[in-house]
Design a protein around this ligand. Structure first.
Ligand SMILES: N[C@@H](CCC(=O)N[C@@H](CS)C(=O)NCC(=O)O)C(=O)O
Length: 361
């Protein structure tokens, strides 16, 4: 019964797909790659971005639009989990969390925009993949959110797992890893689907709520955030299964070594602080710690920070201003927020998760 209705909906949508003009991702990918391979000269970039940021006085960050991860509040000030890492970078470079400019950009536009210099970094839920790294020419910082692709459906369809979706019409956002993942998923399960590929986030949402597709697929975190933006969130469910690994990491241009290392150690500082039990509330009490590692980490002993050419107190100021990784997670998307994500894989390695910072020495 349900499958028949899915089939009917699908065939109606199938006719519309032509009008929407699904983009052939492979063609675009190759076009972008060709431009990149001629444009990038690693040596020329070694310190160029960090120098340019310092000369400009502000970091330019590309983000998305999902509240909880990145969105402006009622005063126009950007808030969110990824946004806080942008502010942490501004602290490391300028000792000022506000010397950072956030601009939203669609998944399709943002990698080319990073490559062309419109952004210094993407903190937009970009998945690290071998193609993006080695073929398209981007470097990735540490994974700051371990995610996986999910499937959202109307509750009334009564679907509990993806394999029940034979013949379904699936809304996907152009330029995302979701395009390939969803094709792999259906092929692997020997079932068929009809893609509706749309670039703009709001149009994807509208297509789904108006019933033009049976399924909306995205990173499951993004889906959970999108669900809360729907007129009747309770009418929709995100299925529990994850059809891919989506390690979301900061992305920078290839060859941008100094900038990449700054990004790396800023992220690691938030993780290391949590491991030490250092929070925004108690960080000052750690300044008198006898632990040599903590003294180096907080810049009481400035040797490591100086050697790294960073303000030796950069980690202290980040923690004091924004908190450690756990505080950033909890404040923006954690169990006590409306979004209510559990830490899961985004927990410290000492507590069964995957977050691990190399030594600050
Ligand atoms: N992780 C995937 C998907 C990226 C993606 O779509 N990210 C979400 C946020 S996690 C997004 O940008 N959504 C659209 C928006 O926020 O406007 C990829 O790298 O291709």
């Amino acid at each position: 019964m349900m499958l028949q209705s899915l089939g009917r909906i699908s065939s109606r949508i199938g006719r519309r797909v032509g009008r929407l003009g699904p983009v052939k991702a492979g063609v675009i990918t190759l076009a972008v790659a060709t431009t990149l391979l001629t444009a990038v000269s690693p040596d020329a970039w070694a310190g160029a971005t960090l120098d340019a940021i310092k000369a400009r006085g502000v970091i330019k960050v590309g983000v998305g639009t999902a509240p909880g991860f990145f969105s402006p509040d009622s005063n126009g000030r950007w808030q969110g989990f990824f946004v806080d890492f942008g502010r942490a970078l501004a602290i490391a470079v300028f000792n000022d969390p506000d010397k950072v400019q956030f601009t939203s950009s669609s998944p399709q536009q943002r990698l080319p925009a990073l490559q062309s210099g419109e952004f210094d970094i993407l903190l937009s839920g970009v998945t690290e993949t071998i193609t993006r790294a080695m073929h398209l020419g981007f470097h990735f910082g540490p994974v700051i959110f371990y995610d996986g692709q999910g499937l959202m459906v109307a509750r009334k369809l009564g679907v509990s797992q993806g394999t029940q979706l034979d013949g379904a019409t699936v809304c996907i956002q152009t330029g995302t890893t979701g395009e390939l993942n969803i094709a792999d998923f259906f092929r692997q399960n020997k079932i068929s689907f009809k893609p509706v590929v749309i670039e703009e986030t709001s149009q994807v949402r509208d297509a789904f709520t108006s019933g033009r597709c049976d399924v909306l697929t995205q990173d499951s975190s993004a889906l959970a955030l999108e669900r809360l933006r729907l007129p009747q969130p309770d009418d929709y469910v995100v299925l529990p299964e994850r059809i891919s690994k989506e390690p979301l990491a900061p992305a920078v241009r290839y060859g941008d070594d100094q900038w990449l290392e700054t990004v790396n150690w800023v992220v690691y500082a938030t993780i290391q602080a949590e491991e030490y039990g250092i929070t925004s509330a108690n960080v000052d009490s750690f300044l008198s710690s006898d632990n040599p590692g903590i003294r180096r980490f907080l810049g009481v002993d400035p040797s490591v920070g100086e050697a790294a050419n960073l303000d030796p107190k950069f980690a202290y100021t980040i923690i004091k201003t924004l908190g450690n990784y756990g505080e950033i997670f909890d404040r923006n998307v954690g169990p006590k927020t409306r979004i209510g994500f559990e830490r899961g894989l985004n927990q410290l390695w000492t507590k069964g998760g995957l977050l691990y910072a190399p030594p600050f020495r």
